[in-house]
Design a protein around this ligand. Sequence first.
Ligand code: ATP
Length: 238
Amino acid sequence: ADAVPLLELRDLHVFYGAIEALKGVNLTVGEGEVVALLGANGAGKSTTLKTASGMLSPRTGEVLLRGERIDGIASHELVKFAMGHVPEGRRVFARMSVLENLRMGAYRLRRPDPDDLDRVFTLFPRLADRRRQLAGTLSGGEQQMLAIGRALMGKPELLLLDEPSMGLAPLIVQQIFEILREINEQGTTLLLVEQNAAQALQLADRGYVLETGQVVMSDQAGALLSDPRVRAAYLGES
Ligand code: ATP
């Protein structure tokens, strides 16, 4: 039998009032993998990540981390699970310094590890240079780096990333994806939501395509990259 996946979403049904945003989503992320979640605006990608990290509760269905059910656990209890969520739009603490933001990321740990800060500064030298600067005065790319760095300070086994490329210049997107690859090579599993399907599938091992709250395709990243339907719908080809 296969090993228990690190994350498993089973038949998730999630509602906003009367609107059913997820209509039976199934998805697994194996330890060490990079998994991309693709889909158009409103397909339910952010809702899937929020349900995985406990920000939303499914009406029915299950969220399992290493085979242990975590849906329905209060979010303050969820901190004991090694999951980091980098939300859409970055959400850094604008009036705190870079260093203060990073320290906030370690709140989950009883004993913060000083090596973690060095690791983040090695991955993101720009943050080291700007450690005293207020986060609100950073560029968009630097804020995205800070949001990722802050999540890493909690020593996540699994990092959920919601559109890390949003609103950023292509060169910065390239840099961020290179760093995500490095983070994965250092042992962190990634579940990545992206509008930038080409970029995401180049990094990912596997991918899922969501349409109106349902998984309509799932395959190895290379197979999705060459699939004519994916190319037409998400890679801007006809
Ligand atoms: P985007 O890239 O635009 O964020 P998405 O794939 O992440 O898209 P979701 O944000 O998960 O999509 O939204 C899925 C569906 O749920 C959409 O129809 C959206 O309008 C609806 N929805 C999302 N958040 C809410 C909310 N707070 N209240 C009501 N409906 C919502």
